[in-house]
Design a protein around this ligand. Sequence first.
Ligand SMILES: Cc1cc2nc3c(=O)[nH]c(=O)nc-3n(C[C@H](O)[C@H](O)[C@H](O)COP(=O)(O)OP(=O)(O)OC[C@H]3O[C@@H](n4cnc5c(N)ncnc54)[C@H](O)[C@@H]3O)c2cc1C
Length: 381
Amino acid sequence: MLHLADFAKRAAVRVDAVHGEDEEARLALGLLVEEGLLVHTVPANLGGAGREGVDAGHVSVRSLCEIRKQLAFASGMLDLMFVEQGLGSYAISLGGKGDWVKPLLAGVMAGEKISAFALTEVGAGSDLNGVATEAKRDGSDWILNGDKTFITNAGIADFYTVLARTGAGEGGRGGLSMFYVAADSPGLSVKRFEVMAPHPIGELTFENVRVSGECMLGDEGQGLELALAVLGRFRTSVAAAAIGFSKRALHESISHLDARQQFGRPLSSFQGLRFDLAEMDIRLRAGELLVEEASELLDQGQEAGTEVARAKWFATESASWICDRAVQHLGGLGVRRGQIVERLYREVRALRIYEGTSEVQKLILAKNLITRHRAGAKNHG
Ligand SMILES: Cc1cc2nc3c(=O)[nH]c(=O)nc-3n(C[C@H](O)[C@H](O)[C@H](O)COP(=O)(O)OP(=O)(O)OC[C@H]3O[C@@H](n4cnc5c(N)ncnc54)[C@H](O)[C@@H]3O)c2cc1C
């Protein structure tokens, strides 16, 4: 891990020196490839790294988390480009059929194929049953029409894994399927926008985009299941990234408070600020333990919906609080552009929104608690 921390530190300096979101993203990807890290985004049975004790058909969540913690400590862009290769390609790893799958995933690991995961629409955010992008059969092909928004890597991606409606479903729910769509497919266009921290992102429009039958991932009607399986594997790693950002914020706070003198003594000697540091550390470590618990269960192939929801909620909510305290500790410098804590403050905010908002995590957790309670009451009743 020391080696990884060292790599992340050196790579971050190079990425930070580059101007332009896309340029940063491409350089970050190249550095991740050189370091051999992208093999952790693809399951072992498809040429990825694998890990002892982990089903060869899955990526190791512990590996994803360990890597993301170190990358996020040093650079949000390194972290983002690492995880997106897995998030955007994982539906292919799980449900891709045909000769094209292995070479494509080899391209993902070599950084030659940039991945993106396209679920969200203007009318479908937390509730993916609202997906309206339509895929209609045309002989053995499918024709896609509709729009996606908030798609990370839109514009730089070489392909998208896309959730689209292939049927009415029961009572308006279900009827969704996943597709592999090459970015250069005729009829697919991209419009970029900016979010508060560097992050290649935008909208996609599909106008009669034709894909062959073997681009369907999994079976017809299994798209939501597949999308949730991808999120189930990757969501814990969002919490791990939050831990990485939080650790950096705490590090910056301690360094500043110990160096800065006010009222004739170091700020670190004031009890009020010491209490802050202690609470930052406790929240950080508690989040880290929740991430370890969830990722270990997932790697063992066990059901971990409750543990994942706890970890994602706690680590990402704590990261916002920790980074906010770090900004406060730096005083005016904390809000000055170019300061690390100012960047961290902006960077952690979106973690509470994507891959299931904080409210969605609480809904999952509460549902599981109630189900368990009712099952217990039945068994004892
Ligand atoms: C930086 C960034 C990157 C992203 N990257 C991707 C990507 O690569 N691919 C992709 O498909 N999507 C991506 N997203 C989209 C993201 O997944 C959605 O923004 C998220 O799922 C929330 O959907 P929404 O924005 O439509 O909010 P909504 O679902 O409209 O929710 C709005 C608010 O209402 C709350 N809410 C909703 N339902 C309930 C409920 N039942 N009970 C209580 N509260 C509720 C939410 O928690 C939220 O606070 C990204 C978003 C961001 C910000």
